[in-house]
Design a protein around this ligand. Structure first.
Ligand code: GLN
Length: 454
């Protein structure tokens, strides 16, 4: 009830929830009370969570914040959310996001942008909460839920966490099942939590992760007790600092924060070494080929017949065209065009195949660093703190918006886990985060290292 009234009071201003489910929340909370009374409580008993609108929730509006999914109420539940409910959690509602998870500011949502609860010192300007999981981050930061589900294809868990002073972890590709999550770019998409601190993120990921026969890319490995890794020593750990992340034009405060992170880890007994990930500069352009290519294929299913919105036409082809033209927003249409272009017969080899090869090189860079004894990598997460909603420069040039993802997409291309942890405030008093990147399926290392920084 406390969370539901907090949502009532603040959601008008923050636009973090696109659907609130009070009846469902109370029904689940009652069932939770009953289990507790029977001494049968699970690890998340009664914990109220928000769910990114990308996760299918049975009989509850699931729209990926797109007009084209108007009215879609799935008859099934995503594996990740089902795991959370099985462990006792309670659903408060569905959270705002960029349409089909495409964006870094939550501004491409059909429901309009979610608003960052943080404001710059002495300013009343509305700031973005980051994207695409902007609603998840805003809701967690504003205490409109105890934690939230999110997804990360190229940074959508970590960047919003950094912009809102929360913690977000993108687990290794395959750690969580993608079943029942609306697909953006299937070889990159991965679910994870956004939470108030590292401990909450550890507890939530433990419940979200599982192998699943319905997603053959999910991996059959035991899910460790992540919480147990908090407080473990980082003494003797080797932390890599990738020199290629020192990009031209990086603000001095970000550089300083990064250095501060190095000092904290050294003080805790870690050894810090410079490393090289030589193909880093190709990660962003390659990502913006691979992700739209997969998206254009995944989005082919929205044809006005099977889901949501239909705009009638003079024949079936006309109906497809009209439905897709009306149903997809501008950014999504742009991605479909890029994706179909790079997959088309004449350009496949030049763009898509090339990008896939670059992807292998990026993966190899990381493998070599780990092979040389590095346990984890410390890097910035965003090139700035949260920017204004409607920022003219970013709105005028989509490529500038894509540059927001320069530090985040690399690890998605390699399938690696990464955590974003709040590390300080900038001169405007806005939160900044640092990112720790780890070896495949070694999320425990990320939790213990992040715990030293937070
Ligand atoms: N900003 C990136 C994009 O628009 C990443 C989004 C995501 O991780 N879902 O593709």
């Amino acid at each position: 009830d406390a969370y539901l009234s907090a949502i009532d009071a603040a959601n008008g201003a923050l636009n973090a929830y696109v659907t609130v489910t009070p009846d469902k929340a109370r029904e689940m909370a009652k069932a939770s009370d009953a289990r507790l009374a029977d001494g049968k409580g699970g690890p998340l008993e009664g914990i109220p969570l928000g769910v990114k609108d990308l996760f299918a929730t049975r009989d509850i509006h699931t729209q990926a914040c797109s007009h084209i999914l108007d009215g879609f109420k799935p008859k099934y539940e995503s594996t990740v959310t089902q795991n959370l409910w099985n462990h006792g959690a309670v659903m408060l509602g569905k959270l705002n996001m960029d349409e089909f998870a495409m964006g870094s500011s939550n501004e491409s949502s059909y429901y309009g942008p979610s608003v960052n609860p943080w404001k710059a010192k002495g300013s009343d300007e509305k700031l973005v909460p980051g994207g695409s999981s902007g609603g998840s981050a805003a809701a967690v930061a504003a205490h409109l839920c105890a934690g939230a589900t999110a997804t990360d294809t190229g940074g959508s868990i970590r960047q919003p966490a950094a912009f809102t002073g929360t913690v977000g972890i993108k687990p290794t590709y395959g750690r969580c099942s993608r079943w029942g999550i609306v697909a953006y770019a299937s070889s990159l998409d991965q679910a994870g939590p956004i939470a108030r601190d590292v401990r909450d993120a550890a507890i939530l990921l433990k419940s979200m992760a599982s192998v699943d026969t319905k997603d053959t890319t999910s991996v059959d490995l035991p899910v460790p007790d992540y919480e147990a890794s908090l407080g473990q020593s980082v003494k003797g750990m080797k932390i890599g600092i990738p020199k290629e992340y020192r990009i031209v034009g990086m603000p001095e405060e970000i550089e300083k924060l990064w250095q501060q992170g190095v000092e904290w880890l050294k003080d805790a007994g870690a050894e810090v070494v410079e490393i090289s990930l030589p193909h880093t500069k190709y990660a962003l352009p390659a990502y913006y080929i691979v992700a739209p290519a997969e998206a254009s294929s995944n989005l082919a299913r929205y044809d006005g017949v099977r889901y949501g919105l239909r705009v009638d036409g003079k024949d079936i082809a006309d109906m497809y065209e009209k439905s897709r033209a009306a149903g997809f927003g501008k950014e999504v249409q742009r991605r479909i065009m890029i994706g179909t272009y790079v997959l088309s017969a004449g350009y496949y080899d030049a763009y898509y195949l090339k990008a896939q090869k670059v992807r292998t090189l990026i993966k190899r860079d990381f493998e070599e660093a780990f092979h040389a004894g590095v346990d984890a990598i410390l890097a910035p997460i965003t090139p700035s703190s949260a920017f204004a909603i409607g920022d003219k420069e970013l709105a005028a040039d989509p490529v500038k918006m894509y540059l927001q993802d320069v530090f985040t997409v690399t690890l998605n291309m390699a399938g690696l886990p990464g955590i974003s942890v709040p590390a300080g405030l900038d001169h405007k008093g806005l939160p900044l985060g640092l990112q720790i990147i780890g070896k495949p399926f070694e999320e425990e290392t990320l939790f213990k290292t992040a715990h030293v920084i937070e």
